[in-house]
Design a protein around this ligand. Structure first.
Ligand code: SF4
Ligand code: SF4
Length: 442
């Protein structure tokens, strides 16, 4: 089967970055803003993490960027050094003494850590899983991103799209109008899409990143929702899964972007909100949105794989076996759905319902190796070499399964695997789960 064509995020990111206006901050202002954001991010958990490292180095062996390059600077905990420095000098109980032994944060530190916090971290969480001290390293790296973003030093690709999404509710120019156009194209195929219903039990999210190029993913999702017989809608005032505020590290933007989805879901009275195949969107909405919103939400977030997997398990979604190469697959667990969301079984329920042969990779489920493109890394041209190094590890694991098809449930993973395939002229089919399910409804 043919895979869904998705836009090249790197090219799109560069296009957006060209329009970014610099914030015009002096070095002193940048340092002051970064410090302020670091200090704001150091709560009791963060302080405990900052005090707990025993320097065992095990996190290095977990990180695909270290494993792919063997460069010490890609050791996960090292990526948090600027935060540690500010903690030691400004927050730690021994701060007065620490000021004698720990150098103050400099603009060079911030410049140097830009690559470490953005290009070399997909926020995959594998390091945190393997740290014997339970240090949540990726959250610490996110605080480093928050500091860099506050200093106006987030990568231009991510900051430009974050600003656009915060202010205009569009991504690379695609917003509600583009959604309406896409819905019309799906309807022209004879597939019903209940757009902007006042009330519905289930609200489905999509992403401009999906429909910038074509309507295949929205059509696939709609076909499955209709087959299940759900009372569902997609809302033009709150349909976007992706959150470039989270990717850039701009907390205020993240909050405003999440709020659009929450407001639309509250207005429809939905009990379930289904997040599109967009990795980072899942933890951002499922684990962080309510905190940023400031109160409990009257609905639950599910990923599409999770929701459809539960429907298949309950017998409401019947599937038939695909033919050809798709009859033997391996599954790439998106880090944000699996390791950070606990959703491993549902995708496998769907593969079982499809009756395909599943051969697991050596690292799968909780210990799955990241594809190398998450956390906004797929949009950074500067991260190309690192992405390739990480992809090599993934490719070797896929090769050992002997499966001709790789299925995944995240468009960023999909894009990263597709780019790797193109780079190496790889003979594997890369397929997203929603499309595979939609093409094999019984
Ligand atoms: S979260 Fe993933 S990419 Fe980031 S440092 Fe940890 S293992 Fe590496
Ligand atoms: S694995 Fe944990 S304790 Fe060991 S070096 Fe990394 S952060 Fe420190």
């Amino acid at each position: 089967m043919s895979a869904t064509t998705i836009p090249d995020y790197g090219t799109l990111g560069q296009r957006a970055a060209a329009g970014l206006k610099p914030k015009g901050l002096s070095d002193e202002q940048k340092i002051a803003r970064a410090k302020q954001a670091f200090i704001a991010g150091i709560d009791a958990d963060m302080a405990t993490y900052l005090e707990s490292c025993i320097h065992c180095g095990m996190c290095a062996e977990a990180c695909h960027f270290y494993l792919g390059t063997h460069e010490a600077k890609y050791t996960p905990i090292f990526k948090t050094e600027p935060l540690k420095k500010v903690y030691r000098r400004e927050v730690a109980p021994m701060r007065l003494f620490n000021r004698l032994t720990t150098r103050d944060l400099t603009i060079a530190d911030l410049e140097d850590w830009k690559e470490l916090a953005y290009d070399s971290c997909t926020q995959c969480g594998r390091c945190s899983l393997l740290c014997p001290m339970g240090i949540h390293i990726q959250s610490m790296i996110q605080v480093v991103r928050n500091g860099l973003a506050a200093a106006g030093m987030a990568p231009a690709e991510l900051q430009a799209v974050s600003d656009e999404q915060r202010d205009k509710a569009t991504i690379l120019g695609a917003g509600p109008d583009k959604l309406r156009e896409t819905v019309e194209r799906v309807r022209a195929q004879g597939i019903d899409v209940p757009l902007d219903k006042d009330k519905a039990d289930v609200m489905v999210l999509s992403s401009a990143l999906d429909f910038l190029k074509d309507e295949k993913l929205l059509a696939s999702t709609a076909r499955i929702m209709n087959k299940i017989g759900a009372n569902w809608t997609i809302r033009s005032d709150g349909f976007e899964s992706a959150n470039f505020g989270a990717l850039s590290g701009d907390k205020q933007a993240q909050k405003r972007i999440s709020k659009r989805v929450i407001d639309a879901a509250v207005a429809t009275g939905a009990k379930k909100v289904i997040v599109a195949e967009c990795g980072h969107a899942y933890p951002v909405l499922r684990w962080e949105a309510a905190t940023l919103y400031g109160k409990e939400l009257p609905f639950e977030f599910f990923s599409v794989a999770e929701y459809f997997g539960q429907e298949a398990k309950a017998g409401r979604l019947k599937l038939k076996k695909p033919s050809g190469e798709a009859a033997h697959v391996t599954f790439h667990d998106p880090c944000k759905l699996g390791r950070m969301g606990g959703s491993f079984d549902e995708a496998r329920e769907l593969l079982a319902a499809l009756g395909v042969k599943l051969t697991e990779m050596e690292s799968h489920g909780r210990t799955n190796l990241c594809c190398g493109g998450g956390g906004g890394v797929s949009m950074l041209q500067s991260a190309q070499k690192l992405r390739n190094a990480a992809f090599e590890l993934k490719r070797e694991e896929v090769e050992r399964t002997g499966a001709p098809t790789v299925v995944t449930a995240c468009n960023t993973c999909m894009q990263t695997l597709e780019k790797g395939k193109e780079w190496l002229n790889w003979d594997k089919d890369i397929v997203n789960l929603v499309q595979l399910v939609s093409e094999n409804l019984d």
